[in-house]
Every structure is written in structure tokens, then in C-alpha cells.
Write a protein that binds this ligand. Sequence first.
Ligand SMILES: Cc1cc2nc3c(=O)[nH]c(=O)nc-3n(C[C@H](O)[C@H](O)[C@H](O)COP(=O)(O)O)c2cc1C
Length: 400
Amino acid sequence: MPDCAPRRPRLLSPITLRGVTARNRIMVSPMDQYCAVDGHVTDWHFAHLAKFAMGGAGLVFVESAKVERRGLSSVADAGVWKDEHVPGLGGIAGFLKQQGAVAGIQLGHAGRKAGVQRPWEGFGPLDRRRPVDGQEHWEVVGPSALPALDGWPVPRALTKAEIADVVAAWGAAARRAHDAGFDAIEIHGAHGYLIHQFLSPAANRRGDRYGGSFANRIRFALEVAEAVRAHWPDDKPLFFRASAEDEAGWTLDDTIALARALHGRGVDAIDCSSGGIGVRSPTADVRARQPGFQVPYASRLRAATGITAIAVGLILTPAQAERIVADGHADIVALAREFLADPNWPVRAARELGTEPLEMLPPSYRWWLARRAAVLQQDASAPAAAASDVVQRTTGGSFA
Ligand SMILES: Cc1cc2nc3c(=O)[nH]c(=O)nc-3n(C[C@H](O)[C@H](O)[C@H](O)COP(=O)(O)O)c2cc1C
């Protein structure tokens, strides 16, 4: 007998990493909202992230939360550098999980790209002669005294003892993420920020064990991964976002070698972005105009290493996303701007991929929409039966 059961789209099938299962393979990519206050998340963050979980996303990531105040990109980035940040983050994590999403948080440090204006205020370096939003400036540090771009602040090169402190800050941030209730962490190792600065000879000219050879340049990333793992339960997954290729000579082969080393230190998935070491924003890059432009990185990394791969970058339509995961290019797709345009994108995916869209929604939406659909579909011959059948199918009868 041929199997006539409808095939569940791969995009909408669950994925398990360590002890955590996501209900589907749709991830909300971290998106800085530039509206935190002294690192504290606000009602905006809650509302911004809550709607994605309510809209059916499998994994929802809080923006790059900084592990040190010195690591702030803008003054209004989220932070996780002190215990006082935990309650606000905990409220978000709790709600995301209550809505059935995996609650994730990205941990980051801007390094030499610290101290910038919000994108819509210019995205350039801050005028350090004046306080910003009434707050004091913070020191710009990096692997070497090389600015991110002409006219940007020259960072002070971290000493070896300070590197150990920054690594420890990453570990402490992971512990706080656990205390807040998150179930997944992503280390931000991409886009020209501190970890990427250590990886790149364009930003790292150190003569000690953190610079020079490939093995030395990846040392900081590996130590960060070890520190995070040491404070992060074994049953919770750890992701790493890499710039799979950049403008300054970092190659996909380098990323593949790095991914293998990270995997050996307990990193479970590589999120394959690109660029950022010599440009303000990777999304402004000319290459970033082609739908799915970074998918080949995930695909080749996954094929070469067998490590769980996340594809990101101009993934727009459900059919495109389904092809990426069904054809084995990636295990998870991450979307950012498309979620800003449509927080219920997973509902759209279910509808366009031929499964029941209302299943993606919370019962208090689902029941009403199912009833409306039933009323609209009513057939003059059996109106009551049609209505109750649709409500039954879409709610499992549990919300009658
Ligand atoms: C408003 C906004 C904020 C972002 N903040 C972050 C961030 O905190 N961390 C990060 O790794 N990427 C950040 N990104 C990049 C996105 O996560 C994503 O990689 C990029 O936008 C490409 O995906 P898209 O084409 O689906 O938007 C941000 C993007 C946007 C639009």
C-alpha cells in the first residue's frame, strides 16, 4: 500500500538538540532593538519577542546581550553583565516558553565596534565628548589597537589578564542566562565584533598566544565556548554565530576548522552569517541583496562537518525555507527582518506549505479563527456539522 498520509513539511517538523526540542525549525534571529536602559530590557523587548512566540516560531532569540558594559555597541543594547539584569530577562524567557517556543539569548561583546549611534541616528561612532542618553561613555577595547573603520575610535589592546576577565564574563553571563530560564545560548562570534576581531588578522596583530597563527587567533573563541559550557547545563544547547566568510580574508575553510574545534568544546550548532569586519553592517553589504545568499555557507559546513547548521540571510518565503531544510542545506532557518514584517510568519508557512495554519497559534486566537473559518465555509446542507468539525480539528476539542 502506498503511504498516502500527507507529508509534514520538514520546516515544520520538530528538532531536538541535547535535551531541548523546538516545535519547528523556524528561528527568530537575534535583533538588537536599541532601547535597553543600562542593559535592562524593557516592555518593548517583551512585546517584540512575545509576538514571535505567539506567532508559532520554534526558537526565539533575544538580541546580542552584552557580557560587559564595555561590550556595548550602542548605549541601548541589552546586557547580561550583572545579576540585576536577570529578572527582566526572566520575564521574557518565561513567556516565550509558555507560548511553546525555545527561549534563546545571544551573548555578545562589541570590542572595537563599541560606542556607536543607533542605526537611525547615523550608525557612526558616538561623539565621546558628550554623555550619551545622559550616561557615561565606556572604554573601547579590542585584540589590537586597530580601529574598525577610518575615523572610528582606536581600541586599547586587551592585556592577557584582561582577556581572562572577558572570558570569565562570558561564563558569568551564561550562568545568568540559565538563571533567567533560557534554554539556548548563541555566542556572537560574527559581524566584526570582539570574537571575530580575535579571529581576523585584519583586527588582531597580537604577538602573544592570542595572535598570529590560526590556532592562536581561534584561542579566544574556544576559551569563550569553554567558559560558557562550564556554566551552562549539559542538557541545554549552545550555538555559535560565525561570519563564515569576511571581507578581510577569513574563509569558509577557516570557519569549518573553527566549527570542528568549537564542536569539541560543546558547541552544538553553527549559525552561518558573514561579513562585518571592515564594514559597518553586514546587512548593508552588496552581496546581501540576493535571497538566501548565505545558505551555501551552512550547506557546505553541514556537509563537511555533520554539525547542525543554521542558515540565515534574506530567507523570505516558506517555500524557500522548506527547500533549505528539506534538501539538507541546513537544519534550522533563522529569519530577522521578515519577522518584523510578519510576526506570524510560521502561520503563513503552514498555510503555504499545505498544513493547518491555525495550529501555530495560541488557543485563544485559534478557537476564534477556527470558528470564523467554519462560519465562512458553512455549507447550506450541513452548517452546524461543518462548523463543529473545523473547530474540533483545529482545537482538538479542548477549547470548546
Ligand atoms: C534590527 C536588527 C538588529 C539586529 N541585531 C543583531 C544582533 O543583535 N545579533 C546578530 O547576530 N545579528 C543581528 N542582526 C542581524 C540578523 O540577525 C540577521 O542575521 C540579518 O538581518 C539577516 O537576516 P534577514 O535577512 O532575515 O534580516 C540584526 C538585524 C536587524 C534587522
